[in-house]
Design a protein around this ligand. Structure first.
Ligand SMILES: [Zn+2]
Ligand SMILES: [Zn+2]
Length: 213
């Protein structure tokens, strides 16, 4: 009786070879993924075939899915692109920032304008008025639109105000003050401390300088 142990051999991996192959090809093959909205993605393969992927439905128009009902390399690739942040997930779309070329993912129903993280403004931020070049400090970022907010002193809406005519009327308004405004002790609040209301797109966020307080 031969008591010598058999040579050590790796156990067969209990998986479908096709499955592994699809997973590898999903990662390595050149494919372009275009988000179409409504959870649909157009995938162009290296062979220049174009397939439509419904990610949430787990469907693809390629033969591998249609005839073998496989989780094909196209469906996998869409999932990989989303995980990597290169393609928006279902329910979101990719749009350019209003003030730069950066692509941002926003909800499909979100209203424009859209801004990247660097151009999103918050109370306390410094902005520049594109009309005058004046620097201002943001005190409020509203959800109200320029054509819905009235300037009582002018008797019109923010959108209708003369110097705002070239800006879209359907953008949110931003309240800002001129930072040089100072208030004397017990003094009257100067005109310059008033909050001025601007269409969002009229103001451009100033980059925060490294090291500045
Ligand atoms: Zn496919
Ligand atoms: Zn930007």
């Amino acid at each position: 009786m031969n008591t010598t142990a058999s040579p050590k051999t790796p156990l067969p991996v209990p998986s479908d070879d096709h499955l592994e192959e699809r997973s590898r090809r999903a990662r390595t093959e050149p494919m372009s993924v275009l988000s179409l909205g409504d959870g649909l993605y157009e995938v162009e393969s290296a062979s220049e075939h174009t397939y439509l992927v419904d990610l949430e439905g787990g469907r693809c128009t390629c033969p591998d899915h249609v005839f073998r009902n496989a989780r094909c390399k196209h469906i996998r690739r869409v999932a990989i692109e989303i995980t990597a942040g290169r393609t928006p997930p279902p329910g979101e779309i990719a749009v350019p920032c209003h003030d730069c070329e950066t692509t941002v993912f926003v909800g499909e129903a979100d209203p424009a304008p859209f801004y990247c993280e660097a151009h999103t403004i918050w109370p306390g931020d410094t902005v520049v008025d594109r009309e005058t070049g004046d620097r201002l400090t943001v005190v409020d970022v509203s959800v109200l639109r320029a054509d819905a907010v009235r300037i009582d002193a002018a008797g019109c809406t923010v959108a209708e105000y003369t110097t705002n005519e070239s800006y879209d009327p359907d953008v949110p308004v931003v309240g800002a003050i001129y930072p040089h405004a100072t208030v004397a002790r017990h003094g009257v609040v100067p005109e310059s401390l008033r909050v001025y209301v601007f269409p969002r797109t009229r103001l451009e966020k100033q980059p925060t300088r490294a090291g500045s307080a």
